[in-house]
Design a protein around this ligand. Structure first.
Ligand SMILES: [Fe+2]
Length: 410
């Protein structure tokens, strides 16, 4: 009986999280016009309307269609338009052409969302455990798209010479940066990867990794420090760059982080003064790596970063001096937090097995040519990230809130 009640409570929590997540996505899109939500600024970013539709397609397909007897999808054509990359779900629209989908309209997508939410609410009490697991995955999936929605709106508005404001500026940032210090990490064999609670498949299995003597910076690199690198000719010194990075920097004509505009920066609040103490954001792996070389340091490995974070968590049974005070809290900390590039290639952990079925395509098939980022950003929904979280992007990507924390050999 107690177990049954416990299960019911879990279901209630899951249901509450599901509908709160769905509502937040709508709220994030609220300031957008149909045109704002339809533009695709580059092939990496997706239109806001597409994010609203794709996250709905995910629930309609993997939960309602597959687990609710008699459910009929709203429009058979939507699968072609709003499937992202699931080969198991058939043919789909070309990613780079998502901005051409002027119809269905933003409002039609909102109506579809509401219908799917209603069907989810009606079906929820009868959903089998396997479907509830997919609901949990769908929530995490939609949270990932909430962050992408914001970064893609930023990329969309950045294309507009009038520099639109998505949301008015929050109060001026005043947090001063402490002097950068290097705190010793642990060495030897450590446990890496998720063991309990929700985690994406790529976060496990938990396994051992060998850490060599090293130290990690107490904070991320700031705009002021990054400006020193730029002013010192960092972008013109080939010797600081990886060969591929130098070629990228030359080809793209890159001379600063993506949204720097002189002494200011373009943001979701429009063009604002650049805060020298805030973490530098919107830099590629190549830029993070070149900065580290200029500073005489290096990027941390994903294992150094994760163990340093975990060492700060008393529930893990050990505590490193000072680590607790300096690592970001799961789910993002103060505004300005950034995802942190690591030098680790995004690869399967020992014993990794993708999930059964089409959702097995979620992470595993992207394990080639990308780097792991740790932490969270100012756009990451609260509670979404954790120590074991492995975000990943190709080395040239910088439209996300990406920054750098330095490390060094000890
Ligand atoms: Fe997706």
């Amino acid at each position: 009986m107690a177990t049954r009640r416990h299960e019911e409570q879990l279901d209630e929590t899951l249901g509450a999280r599901l509908f709160a997540t769905r509502a937040l996505t709508l709220a994030l899109a609220e300031p957008l016009s149909d045109a704002d939500a339809t533009i695709q600024p580059n092939p990496d970013a997706s239109p806001a309307k597409w994010h609203l539709a794709h996250t709905t397609w995910f629930f309609e397909t993997f939960v309602l269609r597959d687990h609710v007897p008699g459910y009929e999808v709203r429009d058979e054509r939507f699968a072609f338009l709003f499937n992202s990359y699931y080969e198991g779900e058939g043919e789909r629209h070309a990613r780079a052409r998502r901005g051409m989908i002027s119809r269905p309209s933003l409002n039609e997508i909102r109506v579809w969302r509401a219908a799917v939410d209603e069907a989810l609410a009606a079906a929820f009490p009868m959903l089998p455990q396997v479907a509830l697991t997919l609901v949990a995955l769908g929530i995490e999936h939609e949270q990932q798209h909430q962050e992408l929605l914001l970064t893609d709106i930023l990329a969309t508005f950045a294309e507009n010479p009038t520099e639109p404001v998505y949301a008015p500026s929050s109060p001026p940032l005043t947090f001063p940066s402490e002097p950068m210090r290097f705190l010793p990490g642990r060495e030897g064999l450590v446990e890496i990867g998720a063991s309990a609670g929700f985690a994406f498949d790529c976060e496990g299995p938990r396994h051992r990794a060998l850490l060599h003597p090293h130290a990690i910076a107490n904070r991320c690199v700031t705009n002021a420090e990054y400006a020193e690198f730029a002013e010192d000719g960092g972008y013109d010194e080939a010797g600081l760059w990886l060969s591929e990075g130098w070629e990228w920097r030359q080809r793209e004509g890159v001379t600063a982080p993506l949204y720097w505009r002189g002494e200011k920066a373009y943001s979701l609040a429009g063009r604002i003064p650049r805060n020298p103490a805030a973490p530098v954001a919107h830099i590629s792996y190549y830029e993070a790596d070149a900065f580290a070389r200029w500073a005489g340091k290096r990027l941390p490995t994903e294992f150094e970063w994760e163990d340093f974070y975990r060492a700060a968590d008393p529930s893990e049974g050990h505590q490193l001096d000072e680590a607790a005070a300096v690592m970001p809290q799961p789910g993002g900390g103060p505004f300005g937090d950034v995802w942190q590039w690591t030098q680790s290639a995004y690869l399967p952990y020992p014993g990794f097995v993708p999930e059964q079925g089409t959702v097995g395509e979620y992470n595993g098939k992207f394990m080639c040519g990308q780097f792991v980022l740790k932490g969270a950003s100012c756009a990451t929904p609260r509670g979404h990230s954790r120590a074991t979280y492995r975000n990943f992007f190709p080395a040239a990507a910088r439209w996300q809130f990406t920054g750098v924390r330095l490390a060094q050999d000890a």
